[in-house]
Structure formats: C-alpha cells, structure tokens
Design a protein around this ligand. Structure first.
Ligand code: WT7
Length: 678
C-alpha cells in the first residue's frame, strides 16, 4: 500500500481538507432535541465494544421477522460474516405489508416529474402494495425469475424503480441497479458479472428539459453482453407515459415486453413474500475500485435492512409523519439505503425527483420543498455548491422549513457548510455530515443529531456501534489528534457488504489485506476493515475525512476509478498510454484530466482528442467525461518506467511539480507544463 501511495497524485482531497482550521461547534435547537428519536446518552455505553455484537439486536428489533435469529453474529467464515443467523424475513414485507394495518392510506412515495406542468404522483402504501405484488407476479410468471436469480435494472429516477426493486425483494430475486446515467457498456459489464438473463429498463426520462431515449441503451447493452457470453432473453420496458412508447428504438420481438401492457394480465395478483434467510443477498451494487473492473458489493437481507432502518431512525431522525427528501439517485447506494429501504421500513413518505435540482432554475428544489412541505432534506456537497453558486438567495424566497439536513459523499468545505446551515436550513435545521461508502451499506461516522453538536468540515464520531481507528501504513494506531492516517473500522457491523460478488479473494485482499496478520483467524478482532480513506481525528473524537488513498476520484460525489477511465481510453486504437489525475473543480469537487501518449507516427489532433473523450463517455457514461484530453509527447516516468501521475496531477492543478530530476525523462515535464498552462 505504501508503494501504491507513491503513485497517488499530490493534489488529493487530503491536502485540501487537512488545512481547514478546526471550527467551533453548532448546537441543535431545544425544539429539535425535544422531538429527536435518540436522546439517550447511554447509547454510547450500551454500544461499546465490550457489548459487541449483542448491541445490534436493538437494530434488528426494528424489523418484523418470520423467525428470530439464533445467533447475532456468525464469524466462522471471517471476514465474510453472517448477521442474525437463522433469522427469516422479507424486505418487501418490512417496507410495505407491515404498514398496511395502520397506514395504508399514507403516502409512501411522492414522485416529482421534472416537468413542472406534470402532476406530482402521491403513491400510498396500499397502492405500493398493489403495484409491487402485481409486478412481482409478472417477474415470476412472465420473466420466470425465482429466488436467488440476479436481475439487472437500468432505470432513471421514477416511482417504478423502487416498485421494481421491492418486487424483486418480495421474490428473493437479487437486484442489481445500474445508475440511469451510465452507458450501455457499463450496464453490459454488470449484466455479465452478475449473470443476469433479465434486464429491466424505462423507455425514456426527462433530464434538464430533454426527454432522453433510454431504451436505446438496453439494445446495445444486450448486444455487448451477448458478445461476452451472457444472453439476456427478456427485456422488460416500463413506459414513462403508460400506454405510450416514448422511444424510437424498435422493440425486439420475443425479447422485449412492455410492462404496462403485460401488467393487465396480473390485475389483482398477490404474491406471498419469500421467507428469506437473514444472510441471503438482497442486492448487488457495483462500485469503482483500483482496477478497471467494477466490483459487485453484495448486501445481505437482515443485516442490511436492520442497519439502514436504524440509521434512518436515529441519524436521519425520521418519524412516520415526516416528509423526507433525499435528493440522491436510487442508482447509487445512498438512494438504495436512504430513499428506498430505510425510510420505507420506517413508514415514512419518501420523495423521488426525476430531474436536475437546478433546472429550470435555482429555485426548483425549494419549490418542491415548499409544495410537499418537506422537513428532512438530504443531499451532497456538489449539489449544495451548485445551488449556492446559481442562487444564493433563492431559499429565502420559499416558504419551507427543514428540521434536519444531511450532507454526504465528499468532504464539505466549512464555508459551504455554513451557507447550507444559514441559507438552506434558515438557521433552524440541524445538519449531519454522514461519512460512509457503497460497501458499508449505511453510516460509519456522523453526529447523532440530538446528542452531539455539529462541527463544520468534520463528519463526527463513529455512529453508535461503529468503532473507527486510524492506522499508519505500518499498522500502528495513530493516536495523536490531527495526524492523518488510514481510517479503519475495528468491528464488523450488520450493514457491511458480505463479499464482492463472485470474488471472495478480491474482497479479502482489498478491504482486509493491509492490516490482517492472521489470515486464518475466525476472530473479528483480527480483521479491521480498511475504508480506503485518509482521515484525522481531533481531540473530541470527531473524524475529518480527507479523501481516498487509492486510485479513486470523487466527481460530484460519484466514485470513478482512474484505472477505469484509463482502460476506457485505451480502446481507441491510436492510444499507447493513458493516465488520469483529479483536478479540483469549484462545484464538482474533482474532475478527471486525461493524459494520453499516442502510438508512434500518429499525429496529435483535436479530432483525436475528441474521439478519446467520446470513447470514455461511451464506455462509462457522461459523468466520466474528462475535463480535458492532453495529447502529450511522452508520459513523465520513473527510471523503472512507472508513469508519474503525481507530477501530472501537480501540473493539472497548477501546483508545484517538485523535484523531477530523478525521472527518466525530466525534459518532458516542462513540455507538458507549457501545453497545459498555455
Ligand atoms: C467515498 C465513498 C456514501 C454514499 C455516497 C458515496 C467519500 C463519503 C463522505 C463524507 C467525506 C465522504 C469517501 C468514501 N465520502 N461520504 N461525509 N465526507 N468524504 O459512496 O461512491 O461508495 O463513495 O466517498 O471517500 O470512501 P461511494
């Protein structure tokens, strides 16, 4: 790992965040505390390591079980853990059926279309129950899906997306949702890796005022998957406007089915929820890592659902009467945990917004908040920065009142935090800065809103039950406050992913290889979890996350692997070598800069640079579009031939390249500098 760190660019988020000065506390209002779900200070004692793992039964008891568990934690296959072993439950039952008796008439989902002239759809728990059952019957009888099968879902933000996920969960089918903005090729990779024979899509959706043809991606994805040996025999197509096809891509006879038409055959169908084992997988969520191939994080049923329900209750502080809006995309883990599973398990009303928060103007988000009377708001620093830049005074024009707000996904600058607090929160809302990952299912660090004061720029202590520790590269604990090291979690927790789909070795290696010294140990104490982030702890036990220690870039809160972008550019025939470095960006946090060395004899032209940029978008998605493709005469290299990304990163960020005289080709640094600084 320490070797790998040499290659990491100098201008990481770490360098920025570590220089933020320690801020003063902000305290929650007495009004907030009076209604908070968690005000018992005893929680931290109860959830101390001495009481591990039994304290997690408090979380599991928030759910309804067909059969109680025999054992809270089975670590006999460490670090692949089984939580609430022997227990049986169904996630769809917990998110829907159990609320019907008292709350069937309550709104489960407010779907807000992007077009303001279209009505908001308010879907009650009863309606959700009916639609999930009918669709589950279709999945079972038409698509022939059964317990344990995997299905790939490539859909935009819509009410049909959680309906699809919950229908899968009802049958015990493992869903793998691909972010709607990802390309056909990214969808194909996930189809192949998860061995899905069914793909579920939407024909079209609105984004920044345009109705985008989405069905087109399905055809391409199926074709690419086929070339890689995975046949998709059924494509289920939801219609953005039921009864009307909004795409000009033809339907394929014998393979493609309009869901809305087919559902007529299932009118009134009810499907008994499968009684799943707690450790049965609920879903896969692919995320970027240090190699080109995204990894399928496998999340279990009982542990995951218990964890996100508890986090929604105690950290998001959701009460059944709240209107809760998490502005993330369901195609990411935040949406899975904190739009769908957590809030619905608590019988909350969850808002799903199809569009872009700043479209058609910077007031759009606040109009939605006002109209639906949203009182809990959850978003990412990148959106906060954009809203602040485009309309710093907009929130004051609308009559909404948040009691609670979340920021998640990347470090937030104290200045941006303060604008969020005063302008968006109108000085009335508490803020939680939740630090976590796709792998962790739910929060690792955050303040408990009714118990810990807030501190701009710091996520906070480990949430109850999570015991972080900072290690240096040699595995010694960094005890001194303010000194950066690798943040790890000492104990397993129920929300943690179970493994990487089909690749246990990679799971063990990536997340535990660095600090586990006893590979045969069955004792969880020997398996600290490596997050892959650098962090510092301050005197008060609050953690400040500084950014990734590996080759991952956080663009607008979306995680992209530098290797993934590099290998995407290498499909262009003329490209010999590629190197990606993160560049600071005012709104997005980071953007990728792509350096390319061409094969001998090939001319560097603007057309070629554009072609390479397109190739990246095609293979990953537009979010990966490089800020700039630099066609350089050669890569700066060490004498052993390693590309010096650190030097390129410094050039891109107009920083100091340091001493480059030990490189094999120091002269090229000056050439590249002239090119970039021109
Ligand atoms: C990476 C995980 C967590 C859901 C969304 C992103 C960074 C996440 C914070 C935060 C500073 C943060 C870390 C982490 N990150 N939350 N509150 N403060 N950094 O999930 O795509 O798996 O990315 O996002 O670097 O490792 P993800």
């Amino acid at each position: 790992m320490s070797k790998k760190q040499d290659e990491v660019v100098e201008t990481t988020e770490a360098q920025i965040a570590v220089h933020w000065k320690e801020e003063d506390y902000y305290y929650p209002s007495t009004k907030f505390i009076a209604q908070a779900n968690l005000t018992d200070e005893g929680i931290f004692d109860r959830f101390s390591l001495d009481n591990f793992p039994d304290y997690y039964t408090e979380f599991a008891e928030l759910l309804t079980w067909y059969k109680y568990w025999d054992e809270v934690l089975d670590s006999s296959d460490a670090p692949c853990y089984k939580w609430f072993k022997g227990g049986k439950l169904n996630a769809s039952y917990n998110c829907i059926d159990r609320h019907l008796k008292d709350n069937k008439n309550k709104t489960a989902i407010h779907f807000v279309p992007e077009l303001e002239e279209e009505n908001v759809q308010h879907i009650t728990y009863q309606e959700l129950y009916v639609r999930v059952n009918e669709f589950a019957a279709l999945l079972r009888d038409t698509a022939k899906l059964k317990r344990g099968d995997r299905v790939t879902i490539h859909m935009p933000m819509s009410a049909e997306l959680p309906i699809t996920m919950l229908a899968c969960a009802r049958l015990g089918v493992i869903h793998s949702v691909v972010f709607g903005g990802f390309s056909a090729s990214a969808s194909a990779d996930r189809i192949v890796d998860s061995q899905s024979r069914v793909l579920i899509v939407t024909d079209a959706y609105y984004r920044a005022g345009k109705l985008l043809n989405h069905k087109f991606n399905a055809d391409e994805a199926v074709q690419i998957a086929e070339e890689q040996g995975q046949t998709v025999d059924t494509v289920l197509v939801w219609q953005r406007y039921p009864g009307k096809y909004s795409s000009d891509t033809p339907m394929v006879e014998g393979r493609d089915i309009f869901v809305n038409e087919k559902l007529k055959d299932y009118y009134g169908a009810r499907v008994e929820p499968e009684q799943m084992l707690s450790e049965d997988p609920l879903f896969l969520m692919y995320t970027s890592g240090t190699t080109g191939k995204p990894k399928g994080c496998q999340h279990g049923t009982g542990g995951y659902l218990a964890y996100v329900t508890a986090m929604s209750k105690y950290i998001q502080d959701i009460h059944p009467e709240d209107v809760y809006w998490c502005m993330a995309d369901i195609g990411w883990i935040t949406g899975h945990s904190f739009i769908v599973y957590g809030p619905l398990a608590l019988c909350a009303s969850s808002v799903i917004f199809e569009g872009v928060p700043t479209y058609p103007d910077a007031g759009r988000s606040w109009r939605i908040a006002q109209e639906l009377d949203v009182n809990i708001f959850h978003t990412a620093p990148t959106a906060i920065r954009a809203l602040r830049k485009l309309g710093p005074d907009e929130p004051a024009k609308y009559n909404y009142h948040f009691k609670h707000m979340t920021t998640v996904g990347e470090p937030i600058e104290p200045a941006v935090w303060k604008w969020y607090e005063s302008a968006v929160g109108k000085g009335e809302a508490i803020i939680v800065d939740t630090y976590w990952q796709t792998e962790t299912g739910g929060f690792l660090c955050s303040t408990v809103p009714g118990l810990n004061p807030m501190k701009p720029g710091s996520a906070g202590p480990g949430v109850p039950g999570i015991h972080p520790i900072i290690y240096d590269d040699e595995g010694h604990e960094v005890e001194k406050p303010g000194i950066a090291g690798n943040i790890c979690i000492q104990n397993p927790w129920p929300g943690m992913f179970q493994t990487i789909w089909g690749d246990r070795d990679r799971f063990v290696d990536t997340y535990f290889g660095m600090y586990n010294t006893k590979p045969d140990s069955k004792d969880w104490k020997d398996w600290p979890y490596l997050t892959g982030d650098a962090a510092t702890m301050s005197e008060d036990g609050y953690y400040r996350v500084l950014g990734r220690i590996d080759d991952v870039i956080n663009v607008s809160g979306h995680r992209l692997g530098t290797k993934e972008i590099e290998s995407a550019s290498l499909v262009v025939e003329e490209v010999a070598e590629a190197a990606v470095v993160p560049v600071n960006h005012e709104i997005k946090g980071k953007e990728p800069d792509l350096y390319i060395a061409l094969k001998p004899g090939i001319d560097a032209t603007d057309e070629l640079a554009a072609k390479i940029s397109e190739a990246v978008c095609e293979q990953i998605g537009k979010i990966a579009r490089p800020r700039k493709v630099w066609l350089v005469p050669d890569m700066p290299k060490t004498r052993s031939g390693k590309i010096m990304r650190r030097v390129l990163g410094a050039i891109s960020n107009k920083g100091d390249v340091g001493n480059v005289m030990t490189l094999a080709n120091p002269e090229v640094v000056e050439e590249i500098k002239n090119m970039v600084e021109k």
